[in-house]
Design a protein around this ligand. Structure first.
Ligand code: NAP
Ligand code: MG
Length: 476
């Protein structure tokens, strides 16, 4: 792991295995960090923040380093795509075009911020003559905990804005997918970033993650993962009231109106759930189709599922890889059992594939209803629950969409501009896509309402997470 610019083992000497989810072979072992390692990394990050060369860099120099990380990722793009494919089971083409390309774009977008993070002069009305203004300062040492579904991309969403703001970092990747973060760690020094600014600790959430979230000298924690662990992070952060941002789960609705371009809507809503084996926080897992087109949508999405080629992600012709781990495979299988027991109709899929690797068939469940567990809980697999609606009143349709404790993203499929934009207002979610789903862009704020999280990543909004506003008032 990377601590203070040096490659080190865990103090305890413990390691954890890294598995190829398509073959269940152990690829390698990485250090299993614990509290003692977290302490060392936080000390290094604190030193780099307070007194190291990092704290004296100009915004332009910082900007250049962040940009350079994007260049280095681009130079090694194919290698990163292969690492992601091997480690997370992703189809390598998706990893190259979405994960790696997205990470490159993120670093380049964020490289524009250091010179634009300005405070403002404030026109105060108090008696007397005052010169009042604000400064934007980096929040300090940040802990960042990321999941396994988009390992490099989630790293970029966290690391790029924190560096742009002038923070120093202790990052913990997911236990299932530590490899791209370690390879990225080698690029940090190449980009000229001083020792201690970016520290990368591999290890288990319960040990390394929990110690980071609770650490009294960490100023801010940024987390992406399950809502359950998100709540643990909030509790752990209470000790020193560190700032917290959370990007959590979802149960995102995709709503197809009868006037939609149905070929486009069927292909799009199928991709919304099957992309990345359904392991997306924004996955379109609740599909609502108007009664008049319901049969066509169900058949169409099932037909799309049948076209997907399933196999090892490193085979470039594959569209659907394995789930990331045995835990996820058990979890998805368990949901299928529960769905069947509650009366859902399995239109296609529903089963594990083979006995090697964590493959699971792309699955369409029809005749689902709002009280079923498969409709209420995040499955995080290639399983879509279809429901029909027969109401043309948009408030009633929005009520179906909003019938969830989550509020991350929703998609609306229609040719009617009024329906599209009225639905965008009525749905309680942080992101709305019209005739699209799973959209993302470095400049587009990403995050959720309700139990989908706190705050927004990317866009100009993310800079709020990594800066404090200081107000200055001078009596003239
Ligand atoms: P998770 O446990 O929430 O993992 C996310 C990150 O948090 C990992 O780095 C994890 O480390 C760490 N972590 C775990 N327990 C922690 C603790 N007590 N304190 C601090 N950090 C901790 O997610 P998961 O178990 O891998 O997946 C479970 C479910 O979460 C999925 O089925 C899905 O529903 C949801 N999920 C959502 C997203 C998303 O993008 N919103 C991503 C992944 C998963 P370890 O790797 O050691 O667990
Ligand atoms: Mg976990």
């Amino acid at each position: 792991m990377l601590i203070d610019g040096k490659w080190v083992d865990a103090r305890s000497g413990k390691t954890l295995p890294v598995e190829d989810p398509a073959t269940q072979e152990i690829v390698t072992h990485v250090p299993a960090a614990e509290k003692a390692d977290v302490d060392r990394a936080v000390e290094a990050a604190r030193r780099a923040f307070e007194s190291g060369p990092w704290s004296r860099l100009s915004p332009a120099e910082r900007s250049k380093m962040v940009w350079r990380l994007g260049d280095l990722l681009e130079q090694h793009a194919d290698e990163f795509a292969e690492i992601e494919s091997l480690d997370a089971g992703k189809p390598v083409g998706n990893a190259r075009n979405q994960d790696v390309e997205g990470a490159i774009g993120l670093f380049r977008y964020m490289a524009g911020w250091p010179q634009r993070l300005a405070g403002e002069t404030v026109p105060v009305s108090s008696t007397g003559d005052w010169h009042a203004y604000t400064l934007r300062e980096p929040v300090g040492v940040v802990g960042q905990i990321i999941p396994w579904n988009f390992p490099l991309l989630m790293l970029s969403w966290k690391v790029a804005p924190a560096l742009a703001a002038g923070c120093t970092i202790v990052l913990k990747p997911a236990e299932q997918t530590p490899l791209s973060a370690l390879r990225f760690g080698e690029l940090v020094a190449e980009a000229g970033i001083p020792d201690g600014v970016v520290n990368i600790l591999t290890g288990y959430g319960e040990a390394a993650g929990a110690a980071l979230a609770a650490h009294p000298d960490v100023d801010k924690i940024a987390f992406t993962g399950s809502t359950e662990v998100g709540k643990l992070i909030v509790r752990a952060a209470a000790g020193n009231l560190k700032r917290v941002s959370l990007e959590l789960g979802g149960k995102s609705p995709a709503i197809v109106f009868p006037d939609a371009d149905l070929d486009h809507a069927i292909a799009g809503t199928a991709d919304a759930i099957f992309y990345n084996q359904g392991q997306c926080c924004t996955a379109g897992s609740r599909l609502f189709a108007h009664k008049s087109i319901y049969d066509r949508v169900v058949e169409g999405v099932a037909a799309q599922a049948g076209k997907l080629k399933i196999g090892h992600g490193l085979d470039p012709s594959v569209n659907l890889g394995p789930l990331v781990s045995k835990d996820q495979h058990d979890r998805v299988s368990g949901f299928l059992q529960s769905g069947r027991a509650e009366g859902a109709e399995v239109v296609t899929g529903g089963n594990a594939i083979g006995d090697k690797g964590y493959f699971f068939e792309p699955t369409v469940l029809a005749q689902t209803s709002r009280t079923m567990r498969v409709v209420r809980e995040e499955i995080f697999g290639p399983v879509v629950c279809v429901q029909s609606f027969d109401d043309d009143d948009l408030d009633a349709v929005a009520k179906f969409a909003n019938d969830t404790e989550y509020g991350l993203l929703a998609s609306v499929w229609t040719r009617n501009l009024k329906v599209a934009h009225m639905m965008a207002r009525k749905i309680k979610a942080g992101m709305i896509c019209i005739n699209a789903h799973n959209y993302g862009d470095a400049a587009w704020p990403f995050g959720g309402y309700k139990q989908s999280g706190w705050g927004r990543e990317m866009g100009k909004e993310v800079m709020e997470h990594y800066t404090e506003t200081k107000s200055v008032a001078a009596r003239l």
